[in-house]
Design a protein around this ligand. Structure first.
Ligand code: PMP
Length: 376
């Protein structure tokens, strides 16, 4: 019998799928996996209904021109520099396959979003992570000195995520300028995962592309912006002239993103902007974040209030993700799932607040009943 490669045998069910499965099994409220409870906006659904039956065949691998132009207009870049992908996940994979390979190193921050490490390894490169600092008073902070010290002659790229899943960090303009200076000093590509670019609670996040257009690839996701994570429409805004090369790599993956959903997203992007949809999204998530944060604090948790994304991180002296899903009826993600090369902060948990208000209230009720049953 032929044998599977070790890397195929080593692949296992992700913690997100595991927790969603355990949530179902234990009838728990699912604050684990980050998919919204709300339906996508009507203007997006209507556009998709109009496209089905009319736009059903292959699109060009770089994406439909109407969508590339809509993304370009939204981001302030030329549509010719945009490549449409099957979600941000594929966008990140196309970049991993295009920008580095055996012998190269890719810098990234820990806690790390789950696909970054395996994608870098599958490209043959070595992921090198630098931990974010965490303390109960200042929350999460970027350690620029540690990042500087981690650069070697083999470093090819730095992969950044702001707003940052899971920490909720939005890098300040000064931090962004320092990160860009680092990339320029060592001639690195910047892969900027900006899937949560419209989900912020304070100042608008700085896009790295605006500071270093010559070396930045911006990754985006219609799934995150328009609450349709299953539609699989994402994008890469490339430095000028590089989109055709990435499109050529990307055609060997899924070939093209689903055509009718590309048409729908092309119609929805300007509508979302003009109708104030993102302002509504931020206001709604801001309220749910405050509800969850204050509820958790009342139960004795230390909450690290996010500046963006729809996740918050927290620590509680007596909670673990495993006991919460089995005994408290609430599924969350253990912080350790985001660490591979450094130790995770003790007791760290990630909770998603892209769920309905009743679900968040139910989760807080269950947690307070659990707290009564298990006094410190
Ligand atoms: N990057 C980050 C930081 C994410 O949190 C996610 C989704 N959880 C993705 C990329 C993938 O996005 P998509 O669903 O568009 O593939």
């Amino acid at each position: 019998m032929p044998e599977l490669l070790p890397r195929a045998r080593a692949s296992s069910e992700s913690i997100f799928s595991q927790m969603s499965r355990l949530a179902l099994q234990h009838g728990a409220v699912n604050l684990g996996q980050g998919f919204p409870s709300d339906a996508p906006p009507a203007f997006l659904l209507d556009a998709a209904r109009g496209a089905l039956g009319r736009w059903d065949q292959y699109a060009p691998p770089a994406g439909l021109p109407i969508l590339r132009d809509a993304i370009g207009t939204d981001l302030g870049v030329d549509g010719a520099d945009v490549v449409v992908t099957s979600g941000a996940t594929e966008a990140l994979n196309v970049l991993a396959l295009s920008l580095y390979g055996p012998g190269d190193e890719v810098l990234m921050l820990e806690p790390v979003f789950d696909v970054y490490l395996p994608q870098a390894r599958l490209s043959g490169a070595r992921p090198v992570t630098v931990p974010m600092r965490l303390d109960d008073v200042s929350g999460w902070t970027l350690d620029m000195d540690a990042l500087q010290a981690a650069v070697t002659p083999q470093t090819r790229a730095i992969l950044l995520n702001s707003p940052f899943n899971p920490t909720g960090t939005v890098f300040t303009p000064a931090e962004c300028a320092e990160l860009v200076a680092l990339a320029r000093a060592h001639d690195l590509w910047i892969i900027s995962d900006e899937v949560y670019d419209e989900l912020y609670f304070g100042d608008k996040p700085t896009s790295f592309r605006t500071l270093a257009p010559e070396r930045t690839f911006t990754v985006g996701s219609a799934g995150k912006r328009l609450e349709a994570t299953g539609w699989r429409v994402g994008w890469i805004a490339c430095p000028p002239g590089l989109a055709p090369m990435l499109a050529a790599i990307r055609q060997n993956g899924s070939f093209c993103a689903p055509t009718p959903f590309q048409v729908a997203v092309a119609a929805a992007l300007p509508l979302a902007r003009e109708s104030g949809f993102y302002e509504g999204l931020r206001a709604g998530y801001g309220q749910r974040m405050s509800l969850l944060a204050s509820g958790l604090r009342q139960l004795g948790a230390t909450v690290f209030v996010p500046s963006g994304t729809y996740f918050l991180t927290a620590r509680h002296p007596h909670w673990t993700a495993d006991t919460l899903v089995r005994q408290a009826g609430v599924a969350v993600i253990p912080g350790a799932a985001f660490y591979a090369q450094h130790a995770a902060p003790d007791g760290l948990l990630r909770l998603a607040f892209c769920k309905s208000q009743p679900e968040i209230e139910r989760a807080l009720d269950s947690l307070s009943r659990y707290a009564v049953q298990t006094p410190a």
